[in-house]
Design a protein around this ligand. Structure first.
Ligand code: AHM
Ligand code: MG
Length: 333
């Protein structure tokens, strides 16, 4: 029997009582937006969507046309449904309030509209990452402060990877489910449930070109992996680095592995490259829900109390025993 995303969500609402109707609507709308982004990505050159937009975002990164298109698709799809109070995006300086002409809901939606920007023009997998929080009770209106909640407060999180297939991966706190886009039907179909990450792995993902900038514990861990069978780990490791977090995390959810984007000495005042609220939190919750672990090399990412919306963080996630090892190397240091 084929189970569509809609049916899965209805079951989460009705039988399992995990999500209220308004959150179900929100997730349906996010999925619809992802479908539309997937079509734009697919057209590529033919749709005139490739290349740089020539402007910088709040992070000082040059935006690609598709970064902006994906951001607009997500806002337009979500602003009128009545399920949201506000949105925040990696591509926008400040939060986006739902316009007064629409009803206000109780949820806050955060997203990285198009993750893996450097891969857009070269036809390599990219994706959309999203995180849903509840607006704190009792607060009048909405402010940036309402968004500053630890990742463990998320009520839903996921991503959609635009690769050889378009796959939506979701958690509402009841494990991780994967849905593949059936283009003929125009709907997402459940293709994996109860996704599990093996506790051990022989595969690591890190940008090795930054090696000389790493801290000693990260060097130690990678050094030991590189020594393979002859080294202290007693086994050979394989390396993958796609430079799209969505694609690297998707591989880890599918067959295990460890992903690291650690703090390094290039910009020592920044805790890391990746963003806590749009990238690390949703991915960490997915990984934990699949039996993996996620830390900033010191503490659990989902426990971090954010100080600002665009905060960056060091990320170590994936197969549990490897993440624990890297975190231990840091505490021993
Ligand atoms: P983006 O959101 O601007 O695309 O940046 C995030 C991406 C991640 O998807 C990926 O893991 C990392 O940046 C790659 O960085 P680098 O090019 O330094 O290897
Ligand atoms: Mg990103």
């Amino acid at each position: 029997m084929t189970i569509s995303l809609s049916r899965y969500l209805v079951e989460q609402q009705r039988a399992k009582g995990h999500i209220p109707p308004s959150l179900r609507l929100l997730l349906e709308v996010v999925a619809r937006a992802c479908k539309s982004i997937s079509h734009a990505v697919n057209k590529g050159e033919l749709g005139g969507v490739l290349g740089s937009a020539g402007i910088e975002n709040v992070q000082g990164e040059v935006q690609k046309k598709l970064d902006i298109i994906a951001n607009e698709v997500l806002i337009e799809a979500n602003e009128w449904g009545g399920h949201l109070a506000a949105m925040a995006s990696e591509e926008m300086d400040s939060i986006y309030l739902v316009p007064n002409r629409y009803p206000q809901g109780e949820y806050l939606l955060l997203f990285d509209p198009l993750d893996g920007s450097s891969n857009i023009d070269v036809n390599v997998s990219i994706g959309t990452i999203f995180s849903v929080l509840k607006k704190p009770e009792g607060s009048e209106g909405v402010s940036e402060k309402d968004f500053l909640q630890a990742g463990k407060q998320q009520v839903a999180a996921g991503y959609c990877v635009y690769g050889p297939q378009t796959t939506l991966v979701l958690t509402v706190g009841d494990g991780v489910a994967m849905f593949t886009l059936d283009r003929e039907q125009g709907s997402f179909v459940l293709t994996h449930e109860n996704v599990r990450i093996p506790e051990d792995t022989k595969e690591f993902a890190i940008n090795m070109s930054n090696m000389r900038h790493w801290d000693a514990p990260v060097r130690r861990y990678i050094d030991e992996c590189l020594q393979g069978k002859e080294g202290p780990r007693g086994k050979d490791f394989n390396m993958r680095w796609i430079a799209s977090m969505v694609a690297d995390v998707h591989r880890i959810l599918t067959r295990g592995g460890i992903f690291m984007y650690p703090w390094d000495k290039r910009e020592p005042h920044k805790p890391g490259k990746l963003r806590l609220m749009y990238e690390a939190n949703p991915m960490s919750w997915l990984v934990e829900q699949a039996g993996g672990a996620a830390t900033n090399a010191k503490q659990r990412i989902l426990d971090i109390e954010p100080g600002q919306l665009h905060e960056r963080v060091s990320v170590v996630l994936g197969s549990k025993n490897e993440v624990e090892r890297v975190t231990r190397y840091h505490s021993e240091n």
